[in-house]
Write a protein that binds this ligand. Structure first.
Ligand code: HEC
Length: 172
């Protein structure tokens, strides 16, 4: 039984390899796990939502219970995240996607060393088709908002509100 499954899987890989030579440019190519949706924009919309991107990259999103209109989402956050790394600001992904290629986006998500609390340790593992779907969705929303404030090194006093990411011990 197992070998039949294996044969079927190999055949599927061979067929898809033949019929989709340009798999990189196709967010629907079956390369690794991927979300199945009506199209890549819908896949990206779903991934961005359940991937929690708005919680950091959309001002006030968690506090609103997720009710910020889509047109205003992913424009970055002006409240910084303060920790031993200094202060990091969640980027305006609308401006980022508008000004970069899809390949550039995949490269950043997989390799760029980003400051906490950006969960790169998880997101670098997202499959290529899903990363491309996220880019296509965010790109489809168009440029909006202002650039996020500059990150600050440790010891520099922020000019914005910050969230303290250092654990506070319980009162004695
Ligand atoms: C817990 C908060 C948090 C979550 C959740 C989060 N991010 Fe981030 N993200 C950040 C912060 C903070 C930065 C800025 C890091 C830095 O400047 O080094 C960042 C940076 C990025 C960058 C790099 C931008 C640049 O200018 O190079 C990308 C791309 C990105 N996030 C995409 C995503 C996507 C897509 C998701 C959801 C799947 C997501 N992030 C979820 C906090 C978060």
């Amino acid at each position: 039984m197992r070998w039949i499954v294996w044969m079927a899987a190999s055949a599927a890989v061979m067929v898809s390899a033949c019929s989709k030579p340009d798999a990189k440019a196709d967010a629907t190519a079956p390369a690794g796990p991927r979300v199945v949706a009506a199209n890549d924009i819908e896949a990206g919309r779903y991934l961005v939502l359940v991937g929690g991107c708005n919680d950091c990259h959309t001002e006030g999103f968690p506090q609103s219970g997720g009710s910020i209109p889509e047109a205003q989402r992913l424009t970055g956050r002006s409240v910084g995240y303060q920790g031993p790394w200094g202060v990091s600001y969640a980027s305006n992904l609308r401006l980022l996607a508008a000004n970069m290629t899809e390949d550039g986006w995949v490269e950043i998500m997989k390799t760029k060393k980003l400051l906490p609390p950006m969960p790169s340790h998880n997101l670098a593992k997202v499959s290529d088709p899903d990363l491309r779907a996220m880019y296509r969705y965010i790109h489809s929303l168009g440029a909006a908002g202002q650039p996020e404030p500059e990150n600050l090194p440790p010891g520099v006093a922020p000019k914005t509100a910050v969230e303290n990411m250092v654990p506070v011990p319980p009162a004695a």
